[in-house]
Every structure is written in structure tokens, then in C-alpha cells.
Design a protein around this ligand. Structure first.
Ligand code: FAD
Length: 578
């Protein structure tokens, strides 16, 4: 059942597992753990249960979710690599978490991304060949809404067809699709076509797979929770924030953390509850380390600055932050047939009527029908002085997101556009999260440290030059009029770097802030979690969300988080995972 307030909890009921956070990680666990009728689970979510809200359901309304009630409204610290700029740092604040507010691109990571996890943790179960079964377990690949033949857009045979998460390709084609694909024919050595970027080898340009089915967003709440709301052994407590995990004893010399303290914002009332087996933090890569630090689990030198007494000195909590910085390359186009038409209120009203009638029209299509995953040439000058931070030859250094409209996260100008996002997906910069205050309702201090290494600024610059080469292919003749705005003025290497520092934002892929390492290893840089996702130096406490990644994949991370959580569920159940 969904409970709206802690006062609705029954004092007679005890829970085997208390999960904090109902996003990608938490929703998978709540579903899988309650498959056993005798396992009782409480899922605590800070946001509301309004996961069917129109702005969430309709894919092209996603922009309205930023700075709304569905956003934690975080802002980063000033970033030296961005000329001191602070940027918004969006996170989902609703059942479904960030999967309810994201842009729905669906990737499952490259072979090298997963194999690097296996190496770092010493657990081959995280390797690609083993994880494939968990990827298939989550997936249900369905045909696109328009029913077109997609045999040249995706290799349907490698996907799962009976999992909870419905995925597909965009529900209808847009005017630039053929131009993008023709570019891969005209410039195949730099921009090869890849039929399925989720095969383990992600490199090349291909069709975006999305968590959209029948024109509607598929969030973790809709996929993993909505179908099981009638299970008697699952309670979902919404509008309630976990403020701390609490020590409930000592076992084998280690503190046991089976208690959770929680509260509704502004109520002034705090409730505590104890799980009989485990407390699992799935609060995402910002809030999971925040809750751990507030509970006395973190870097003792940081905690002491705020008079928080350290129970477990775990220096890696909040460190190792990795994300994907993004720069826009906008072009004016010689057409009125672009998704920019959705900036016109009358047109949107017409499209909304279509969407409500049968989910058709432009509001149900994906933002960015194609993605490109690309590497710097092996002989790039940067490798003479800097190591390659990518996971290996199947992982990209940078990404293209190719969009049939203007997007630069400010008010759109009049006219029609094409936008190429270039995204740094294997960066060597590392950021961090720490406390700002000890009030659990205050945001933590967030420093992503974007573009703070020579490799990162070099690669961002080269990605923009690569985007210009892509858009100069004959396929675009007659469509592209000219480069737009301050992007057009950035032509020399120095100007491009300055443009990047002045305009970089994020794709909102923050990860790795409570990363896994080898089981039992200790000290800075060895990871905050054991390979089975238990928190080092504790009993009864685990982390299952994107903060547990040891390295960010060169991929949009929701699919990777779902797969991690699918395996975590089996690790928790104690069934064989390899
Ligand atoms: C704007 C945006 C666009 C994105 N675009 C894409 C994309 O196109 N493709 C992609 O793959 N990924 C995308 N992502 C990232 C992706 O959605 C996340 O990586 C993924 O959802 C992470 O899952 P998670 O379980 O770690 O955290 P989340 O899904 O964020 O879930 C965490 C949950 O915990 C809750 N919570 C936090 N603190 C507490 C607390 N103290 N008590 C109770 N509950 C708490 C939150 O409210 C939230 O519901 C995007 C993210 C954003 C914000």
C-alpha cells in the first residue's frame, strides 16, 4: 500500500528490509525482494506518489520538471573549470526518482565499462558476460508506437522481452533522422553506423533506445512499483525523508545499522524504525552519501568540522564524484518542420489533445533520436601527457546527442534549429559531496569539478570540432543555414575552450559517490562499499543506487543502475548471481 504519512504505519508490523529512496535502484529492490510473500519491505520516499503526473508521463514535457516540485532543486558550488559558475543539479523528487524526470535515453553500458567494475571489485559477477542476464531480466523491448519496421534501427534479438521495464525506439520519425543516418554513410570512418549500441560495443552513431513505450514515459515507479501495489508485504511511505541511519548494536566488533530515522519536511517530528535484516540506501548519488555522513559514516576529518561524531571512518563517502558534462552546438535550419514548433502554445495544445486521445503526435517522441559514442584518435596529442581515462576500446571518450530542435536550457529563440550536444563521457576530473550544515533538510555541498583536467578540456574541445565535421557532411546541405549564437563565434581552439567553460552544463548523470571496491580493503581510494554493496565496516547496511558505481560508464546511467539493482536483489536474497 502507499502510505502518505508516518502516522499510517502500523505498530504491529515489522519489516525485514527498509529501503530509502524509490528511484531506479530502490524500485527494483522493492519489487524483487517482495516476490517472496514472507519478506516484508518498507520503501521510504521523500517525494510524492504523483508519478502519473502529466508532465512526467508526456516525454516532450520533461523540461517542465526542472525546478518543479519533482526536483530536489540542488545547485553546485562555483566550479573553477567553468570559470567559477554554479549550475543547477537536477534530481528526481517523486516516486520513480530521477527516472521520472530524466530524458529517457536507455543504455546498458559497454563491455569494457562492466569489465572494469569486475576488475576494480575483484568480483567477476560485475563483468559484462555475467551482467547480460540481468539486463535481459529488466528489459521488455516493445515495437515503436507507429509500428514501423525497425530492423535497421535496432537488433531486437539481443534484448529481453518479458522484464518490467518497457523500452523501445522513438515512437515516430522526425525530419532529420535520414540526414543523420546518411552522414554515417558519407563519413563512415569517423562516424560509423552501429545497429545496436547496447550490444556491449557502443561505439558509432545509432538510434536512441528509450524508456518510452506507447508514447508514454516508463519510470521506475510505473514499471517496477505500479504493477505490484497490491502486494501485502510491501508498504511505500511517501512524502517522508530519511534523515539518518541509526546504530542498533554491535556484531563481530562492527557497528550494526538497522535503524532509520525519518521525518516529513516541516513537521518537526522524527520517527525511528528498525529493520530485522537490512537497511538499504537507494537515495541516489547526492542523498545517499549525505545521509551516510549525517549518520556518522564518512571521512572523520570532514565530519569533525561539523561536530558529527564518526562511527565509521570511511574516507571515500562523498568522494570520487563522476558525471557527464555537456556543451551545446546549435545550428539554424532552413525548415519549419522541427520540434521547435512545440514552443508554440497553440500547437502544443493540439498535440496534447492528440497525445491524450491515442498517445500520438510530437509530444510522445524522444528528445534526440540518435546518439553517437566516439573515441579520440589513438594518436591524439593528449595521450603523450595524459593517461586514457576510458574503460577500454568499446567505451567512448565523448558522445553526440542529435536533436531536431533548439535546446540550450535557456529560453528558446524564435525559429527552427538543430542542436548537437557533445558530452564528455570518460572524464578524468573527480568531484565530491560533503556536508554544508547538519540540518538534514539543507542540501549538501556539491562540487562536480567539471573540466578540471587537461584531458577533459582537450576532449570537450575536440568533441565540438568533431560535431562540426559531422554537420559539414553533404547530407546536411540545404538544411543547415548557419551556426547560432556564441557557438558560432567560438572558432579557434582557445575560443572553443572558453565557450565550453562558459556554457557547460550537465546531463545529470552524477554517480560514484559511495563507490564499490574490493571486499575488505580499507583506506582512501579503495571504495566505500564491498563488492556485494554492503557498507564497509558496518553490519546490516547496504547501498543500491548509482552512488555505488566505482566508475561512471560511457553510457546514460539509468539502465546501468537498473541492472546493478537487479543483481543486488539476488545478492541480498542469497541466490546465485553468476
Ligand atoms: C534531468 C535528468 C535527466 C537525465 N537523463 C537521463 C537519460 O536520458 N538517460 C539515463 O540513462 N539517465 C538519465 N538521468 C540519470 C538517471 O535518471 C539516474 O542515473 C538514475 O535515476 C539513478 O538512479 P538512483 O536510484 O541512483 O537515483 P534516483 O533515481 O534519483 O532515485 C533516488 C530516490 O531517492 C529519493 N530520496 C533521496 N533522498 C531521500 C531521503 N533522504 N529519504 C527518502 N527518499 C530519498 C529521491 O527522492 C529519489 O526518488 C537523468 C537524470 C536527470 C535528473
Amino acid at each position: 500500500a502507499i502510505l502518505q504519512s508516518p502516522t499510517q504505519l502500523s505498530s504491529k508490523k515489522s519489516y525485514d528490509y527498509i529501503i530509502v529512496g524509490g528511484g531506479a535502484g530502490g524500485s527494483v529492490l522493492a519489487n524483487r525482494l517482495t516476490e517472496d510473500n514472507y519478506t516484508n519491505v518498507l520503501l521510504i520516499e521523500a517525494g510524492s506518489s504523483d508519478y502519473k503526473n502529466l508532465n512526467i508521463a508526456v516525454p516532450q514535457l520533461a523540461a517542465a520538471l526542472a525546478r518543479s516540485e519533482f526536483d530536489w532543486n540542488f545547485t553546485t558550488a562555483g566550479q573553477p573549470g567553468l570559470n567559477g559558475r554554479s549550475i543547477p543539479y537536477q534530481r528526481g523528487h517523486v516516486l520513480g526518482g530521477s527516472t521520472a524526470v530524466n530524458y529517457m535515453a536507455f543504455n546498458t553500458g559497454s563491455r569494457d565499462d562492466w569489465d572494469r567494475w569486475a576488475n576494480v571489485t575483484g568480483d567477476s559477477g560485475w563483468g559484462f558476460d555475467n551482467i547480460v542476464k540481468y539486463i535481459k531480466k529488466m528489459e521488455n523491448f516493445v515495437p515503436p508506437l507507429d509500428g514501423r519496421n525497425i530492423s535497421d534501427e535496432v537488433d531486437v534479438s539481443i534484448h529481453g522481452h518479458s522484464g518490467p521495464l518497457h523500452i523501445s525506439v522513438s515512437g515516430a520519425k522526425v525530419a532529420t533522422d535520414d540526414r543523420v543516418i546518411n552522414t554515417t554513410r558519407e563519413l563512415p570512418s569517423e562516424f560509423p553506423f552501429n545497429l545496436d549500441q547496447n550490444s556491449g560495443d557502443s561505439l558509432g552513431i545509432g538510434w536512441t533506445q528509450v524508456t518510452i513505450a506507447d508514447g508514454e514515459r516508463q519510470s521506475a515507479a510505473l514499471s517496477y512499483l505500479d504493477p505490484i501495489l497490491s502486494r501485502k508485504n510491501l508498504d511505500i511511505l511517501v512524502n517522508t525523508q530519511a534523515t539518518k541511519v541509526l546504530q542498533t548494536g554491535v556484531s563481530g566488533g562492527k557497528p550494526v545499522f538497522r535503524g532509520v530515522q525519518f521525518s516529513q519536511v516541516g513537521s518537526g517530528k522524527f520517527t525511528t524504525l528498525k529493520a530485522t535484516r537490512e537497511v538499504i540506501l537507494s537515495a541516489g548519488a547526492i542523498k545517499t552519501p549525505h545521509v551516510l555522513m549525517l549518520s556518522g559514516i564518512g571521512d572523520s576529518s570532514e565530519l569533525s568540522k561539523f561536530n558529527v561524531s564518526t562511527i565509521v571512518d570511511l574516507p571515500d563517502v562523498g568522494k570520487n564524484l563522476q558525471d557527464h558534462p555537456l556543451v551545446t552546438s546549435p545550428f539554424r535550419v532552413n525548415s519549419t518542420d522541427t520540434l521547435d514548433n512545440l514552443n508554440n502554445a497553440t500547437f502544443v495544445a493540439e498535440q496534447l489533445a492528440l497525445w491524450q486521445k491515442n498517445r500520438t503526435g510530437e509530444l510522445g517522441v524522444a528528445t534526440g533520436s540518435q546518439l553517437g559514442w566516439l573515441r579520440l584518435p589513438d594518436n591524439s596529442s593528449i595521450f603523450e601527457t595524459e593517461p586514457d581515462p576510458s574503460a577500454g576500446p568499446t567505451s567512448a571518450h565523448f558522445e553526440f546527442i542529435l536533436i531536431d530542435s533548439f535546446i540550450d536550457f535557456s529560453a528558446p529563440p524564435p525559429g527552427n534549429y538543430f542542436t548537437g550536444f557533445t558530452v564528455l563521457v570518460s572524464s578524468s576530473s573527480r568531484g565530491y559531496i560533503t556536508l554544508n550544515t547538519t540540518n538534514p533538510f539543507d542540501p549538501p555541498f556539491i562540487q562536480p569539478s567539471f573540466l578540471s583536467t587537461p584531458f577533459d578540456i582537450f576532449t570537450m574541445r575536440e568533441s565540438i570540432k568533431s560535431m562540426r565535421r559531422f554537420m559539414a557532411a553533404p547530407a546536411w546541405d540545404g538544411w543547415i543555414l548557419n551556426e547560432f549564437g556564441s557557438f558560432a563565434a567560438a572558432q579557434t581552439d582557445e575560443q572553443i575552450e572558453e565557450y565550453a567553460r562558459n556554457t557547460t552544463v550537465t546531463v545529470n548523470h552524477v554517480t560514484c559517490t559511495v563507490g564499490m571496491g574490493k571486499t575488505g580493503s580499507s583506506g582512501p581510494g579503495t571504495g566505500a562499499l564491498n563488492a556485494d554493496l554492503t557498507v564497509k565496516g558496518t553490519v546490516g547496511l547496504r547501498v543500491v543506487d548509482a552512488s555505488a558505481f566505482p566508475f561512471i560508464p560511457a553510457a546514460h546511467p539509468q539502465g546501468v543502475t537498473y541492472a546493478l539493482a537487479e543483481r543486488a536483489a539476488d545478492l541480498i536474497k542469497g541466490v546465485s548471481t553468476c
